[in-house]
Design a protein around this ligand. Sequence first.
Ligand code: CU
Length: 250
Amino acid sequence: MRTRYLSAAALAVPFALFTAGPAAAAESATVQLDPLNDSGASGTAELVLDEEANTLTVNVDTMGVVPGLPHAQHIHIGGQNICPPMSAAGDDGIVSTVDGQPSYGAIQLSLTTEGDFGPSSALAVDRFPVGSESGEVSYERTFDLSQIDGDINLDEVVVVQHGIDTISPNGEYGPMPPASELDPALPLEATAPALCGATDQMGQMPSGGVDAGGGATDGIENEALFALGAAGLAGAGALAYRRRTARGDV
Ligand SMILES: [Cu+2]
């Protein structure tokens, strides 16, 4: 075997590459966002984790979303790390936020435009991106991960963007019925997922059944928070988007 004759100096070269590589601290994932609930939307999300700076930069670019309305979007973790199959839908044929939770898990990070980005901002509608007139969202933000609980494992992340107009297509969320299962005062269209993408693309294959048990407690907690914010969606069309001094931005 030739390797036996390699000098110590030669061995040191690849070793040095591993230990001193300047790019070792950055990790990234690009995920394709696929439509849910016949939203007709599409897009991508790019996640760049900088372990040295302890930041996560998220880019979300989507098109075909409902124009002029806020689109709640989150990083979900702790489920099966997959997007829900349409078989997860109930009798109404719609995969609601609750229907999807066993697949994509709970909310770890709310992809808000400014300010707080924890699970408690799950539906801070005045701080989520609004679809442009042509139905596009272009979003970028860098998050200081020291401000959230837990670690981000890029191999186990699901990105979800919410808000559809396919149950009663009329350019807005609603009317009811059906109502959102999160808040009976809200149309289901306001909270149902429109787009989903998992960083574990290999896990995207249909898994047969949807496990409704397991980490359901986390999910329910998040749904409560989600419902809390959902009330704001009723008047979302009339929201004034004021600029604030961004707290927590990097
Ligand atoms: Cu979500």
